[in-house]
Every structure is written in C-alpha cells, then in structure tokens.
Design a protein around this ligand. Structure first.
Ligand SMILES: *Cc1c(COP(=O)(O)O)cnc(C)c1O
Length: 401
C-alpha cells in the first residue's frame, strides 16, 4: 500500500482517496458526470447557495441537531459519551442534509427531473420529501423484494408524489435498483439529476455528499467547545453503510490526528458466517457504482449479496473515502453483529429514553468491544431514530419473554 505523502485524507483533484475512488463509468454517462464535476464546487461554495442551504437545514430539517451528553450511558462505559442527535432531523435521519443540498444543486443546474435509488426506502423518502418541497418530478428505483419488504416507505414516497419503480432484475435489491437508476440517467442526461444517497458512486458524488453532510462535524465543533471548553473530542464514532453519516461526523477532523476515528460496520450473523455486510474487513478491491473501492465479491468478481439486520448497512461496497481511511490506518473499523446491535439499541432505550435506528445501534455496539478512559470525550453519531425498526425490535423483545 502506497503511503499518503501529505496525510491529506480529503479527495484529490482527480477524484481519488489514495488508491480508491475515481469515476469508472460508461462512455454514455461521461458528459453528465463531467458537467457535475465542473459545477459542484462552484455551486456548493456560492454564498447564495450556502444561505439557502442553511436556511432549509435550520427551518425545514430542524438543525442544529443537539449534541447530548448521555450521562447514564457514560457512567456505564466509564467515559464521556456525547450523542449527535441526527435522529431528531425531519424524516428521522441524517439523509435529509444531503437531499436538501442536492435538490438545490439540481435546481441551479437547470434540472427538472430527479431520480434516486433506494434500498430500505429511507433515502427514497428523503428524496421524495425534497422533491415535494421543490415541486420536482421524482422517480425512485427500488428492488421488487425491497418494495415488498418496505411497504410503509413505499407508501410515504407515493404520498409525497414520487413514482416508485419496482426493479425485477437480479436479486431485486439495492444493487439492481442502482443499475436501473444509472440506466435511466444514461437515457435522460439533459433534464435529470441523479441524487445518490451516500458517499458512494463516481467522483464527484462521494466528495459532494461528504461536503453536504459536513454540517454535522461543523456543529460538533462549536457544540463541544460550549460543553467541554475544547472543540475536539478524543474519539468520533459512527456506523458505515456507504459512509455518509460517518463522513459528515469526521469531515472537519479528517486531518486532525488528535481525534481518533472508530467506525462500525455490520457483521450480520458474524464476520465468518457468510452472512454479513462487513465490507471493509471482508471486501477486496474492485469497482462498484462507478468507484474503485472495497466490495464484497466472489473470486471471479461477482458482487455478493450482503446481509445485515439493518437495511441501511447492507450495501456490498463502501465509500472510497472510508476504504482509504481504513487501509491507511486513519480509522479503526469494528464489526458489530445483529445481536450486539439490537442489545445496544435496548440499552440506549432503557438508559437514555432514546430508541435508535438499527444502523445507529451498530455505532453504539462498539462500546462492547472497546475500552475508553474516564477522561475520553467520545462523540457518537446517532444517525437516525428507531421508529422504522420497531417491528424488528418487537420480534426481539417478544422472543426474550
Ligand atoms: C441510511 C442510513 C445509514 C447508512 O448510510 P450512511 O451513508 O453510511 O450514513 C445509517 N443510519 C441511518 C439511520 C440511515 O438511515
């Protein structure tokens, strides 16, 4: 592995994080991606864009999200734990930060039609929400299997005015929905913007989504200053599906080596069980969704279907930023299995009165695996709320009594 010379963990000019990233796309998408690449930084840094973006984050999404010192959880694990409450955002997770940003960008690029892919439906709902807000045409691709599993989110998207297309190719899950969205984009390059839901896909998406989510760490900075008299913690903790809530949580601290980064990926039934989504520990280098990264694949390069109890974490790849952070040792990645995550969810609920999303429960699961010191400030991104996961929690609860 080549050592990074300047220890800069941000994206390079040509779209790489170390050896990972880039834009590996079919010829027909070249001009779409190139136009986006030329436009995104100028738009994101434009003061008028920033003004509109932050106004919506504040009045529509409900930011800043609180940084909450979880005292009883802290006592239990012998350190100072702060929860970054992304669960309190409109639509229940951090995903709205990204979709608000991208819909504003799409408008500025003169687009009138929005497409998105979704697995469990959370990103689909966040996209349909901002499309309703901005009166934009919205088409969401979703594997047929997921459509059947996630009826409530499908209904929400439809109520919001989106068209949900059930994809029947392959395993009829997220990977197939993504292929279909890419196919659509190829056919409708001029009027359509593709809102990708995580720090994945061809450059510039991973960087663009990370920048839009970086509001999370910008807030953590001043909130920690207020609460601890210092604007950085010893540790930042987040779960990683594609990597967007994690990227947002660490963005402002990427090159600040006083801050250690601990990430949780989903071990499903266990790392060695053959049923997991532990992409960083089990993945090998390949290309998925237009990026070179670590992914779960067979020896002949077929993408393996990932598994996790949490629908938001069972993505077969990982954002290129996180592949690089893990490979260079900047982040420590722990695999948390289904059982550990569910137990962590019940623990948080009973100690703090907060029912977390199953994804966020994986981040909380690291406290079972790693010791901290009493003086350590540990900021955990509580990426979403648990309403959507109640059926799973109920099943688990009923099996215990
Ligand atoms: C979608 C989702 C995730 C995983 O996506 P990332 O891009 O890795 O953040 C995590 N938590 C919640 C609540 C989600 O909805």
């Amino acid at each position: 592995m080549a050592e990074l010379k300047n220890k800069d963990y941000n994206v390079s000019e040509d779209g790489f994080y170390g050896e990972f990233g880039g834009a590996w796309i079919p010829e027909i998408l070249y001009s779409n991606v190139e136009n986006l690449k030329k436009a995104y930084l100028g738009i994101l840094e434009d003061p008028q864009f920033q003004k509109e973006f932050h106004a919506l984050l504040k009045d529509y999404a409900g930011r800043p999200s609180p940084l909450y010192h979880a005292q009883r959880l802290s006592e239990k694990y012998g350190c100072r734990i702060f929860l970054k409450r992304e669960d309190l955002n409109h639509t229940g997770a951090h995903k709205i930060n990204n979709t608000i940003g991208q819909i504003l960008l799409a408008k500025r690029m003169g687009k009138t039609r929005i497409i998105a892919e979704t697995g469990a439906g959370q990103h689909g709902v966040a996209t349909a929400t901002v499309c309703a807000l901005m009166n934009m045409n919205c088409i969401v691709y979703m594997g047929k299997t997921d459509v059947e599993r996630q009826k409530l989110n499908v209904r929400k998207m439809e109520m919001l005015g989106a068209k949900v297309v059930a994809v029947t190719s392959g395993n009829m899950t997220l990977k197939d929905a993504t292929n279909e969205a890419i196919r659509d984009w190829c056919c409708n390059p001029s009027d359509t913007h593709y809102i990708i839901g995580s720090t994945v896909g061809p450059h510039p998406y991973p960087d663009m989504v990370a920048r839009l989510q970086s509001v999370i760490s910008k807030e953590i900075k001043w909130q920690l200053q207020e609460k601890t008299g210092r604007d950085y913690p010893e540790y930042l903790v987040a779960c990683v599906g594609g990597g967007s809530n994690a990227a947002g949580t660490i963005y402002e601290y990427l090159n600040d080596l006083r801050v250690k980064i601990v990430l949780a990926e989903a071990a499903g039934d266990g790392i060695d069980s053959g049923r997991s989504a532990a992409t960083i520990q089990l993945g090998t280098v390949g290309i998925i969704h237009g990026a070179k990264t670590l992914l779960m694949q067979t020896e002949d390069g077929q993408i393996e279907e990932p598994y996790s109890i949490s629908a938001g974490l069972d993505y077969p790849g990982i954002g290129p930023m996180h592949a690089n952070l893990a490979r260079t040792g900047r982040s420590e990645v722990l695999a948390v299995d289904d059982k550990e995550a569910v137990e962590a969810a019940f623990e948080l609920t009973r100690l703090e009165g907060i029912i977390p999303a199953l994804e966020s429960a994986h981040a909380l699961g690291i406290f079972r695996k790693k010791q901290f010191k009493p003086d350590d400030n540990v900021v955990v991104c509580l990426s979403g709320r648990g309403d959507k996961d109640m059926e799973t929690y109920i099943k688990y609860f009923d099996s215990k009594i």
